[in-house]
Design a protein around this ligand. Structure first.
Ligand SMILES: C[S@@+](CC[C@H](N)C(=O)[O-])C[C@H]1O[C@@H](n2cnc3c(N)ncnc32)[C@H](O)[C@@H]1O
Length: 258
């Protein structure tokens, strides 16, 4: 029996994978990969490696979770080295926990290789520190579609009262409801909010506003997008750097005078 590596591919920029994650791709016999793991990383795989797409896209065949679990177990039991590649961090809204549970139950050896979650990376590439000594000393990662709590009033009330910064995953389709709930539970309508679509990639787009006006401003943004709520969003005005990389590249080289 061989090992299964459950690996975080990072948030999108292929250079944001860990050294250990990259090594696990390079040595794998089989790689099962998701939609949000950057496909460029697969160029690192051995020529003989078997690549299996597990994500959900309208025009592609996709595997359900039970089928993925079964493949992980059966390839490992055949003695193959298996890498399960997931976007961001496998244990942050990545179902990596469920896959590890199945491996543990079947006594299959595994390692977890953490990745940089989009919950911190998308804000960072938008110039938004999720904590800051002057604005926020706590941050919560929430799901817009979680099985636990997302439709419960007490859950939102608790989160709104106890946390400074909120990073909301999978929430873009529910943006109007999310804003309405946050206001109803005590966040000021003027509270700053940002959406970062395809964070850390060349397609990154960021829209900012307040809880009362963001729905109109961000209507074009789609999945995958990170929603960031809290005073830290204001720092983007000073700290945005990623968009300027391209601007800098296009700046004319100043001529030397004199
Ligand atoms: C199933 S969750 C996976 C999260 C992942 N495990 C992580 O740690 O980043 C998918 C959600 O993560 C967020 N997400 C993933 N990649 C993103 C990116 N590059 N930019 C913005 N949000 C992203 C979006 O909210 C998306 O709907």
């Amino acid at each position: 029996m061989n090992k299964v590596y459950i690996v975080g591919a990072g948030p999108g920029d292929p250079e944001l994978i860990t050294v250990k994650g990259l090594k696990s791709i390079q040595q794998a016999d089989v790689i099962l990969y998701d939609r949000l793991s950057n496909p460029d990383l697969l160029d690192e795989a051995r020529d003989e490696a078997q690549l299996i797409y597990c994500g959900k896209r309208p025009d592609h065949h996709s595997l359900d979770q039970a089928a993925i679990n079964e493949l992980l177990c059966s390839y490992a039991q055949q003695g193959k080295s298996v890498t399960r590649l997931k976007g961001g961090d496998p244990f942050v809204f990545g179902r990596g926990g469920e896959e590890a549970e199945v491996l543990a139950k079947n006594r299959i050896p595994y390692e977890i290789v953490p990745g940089i979650s989009s919950g911190v990376a998308a804000p960072a590439y938008a110039g938004i520190p999720v904590t800051h000594r002057n604005y926020s000393s706590s941050v919560a990662f929430l799901s817009g579609v979680s099985k636990l709590g997302c439709d419960q009033e007490e859950y939102w009330e608790h989160v709104v009262k106890s946390m400074d910064t909120l990073c909301i995953f999978m929430g873009v389709k529910k943006l109007p409801e999310i804003c309405e709930r946050l206001i109803r539970h005590g966040r000021a309508p003027e509270t700053p909010i940002a959406l970062v679509e395809w964070g850390t990639t060349e397609h990154q787009r960021t829209v900012t506003g307040s809880l009362k006006n963001i729905v109109g401003r961000a209507s074009e943004l789609m999945n995958p997008s990170m929603i960031i709520v809290g005073e830290v969003v204001k720092l983007r005005d000073q700290l945005q750097w990623f968009e300027q990389l391209n601007d800098e590249a296009e700046l004319p080289i100043p001529s030397i005078v004199g």
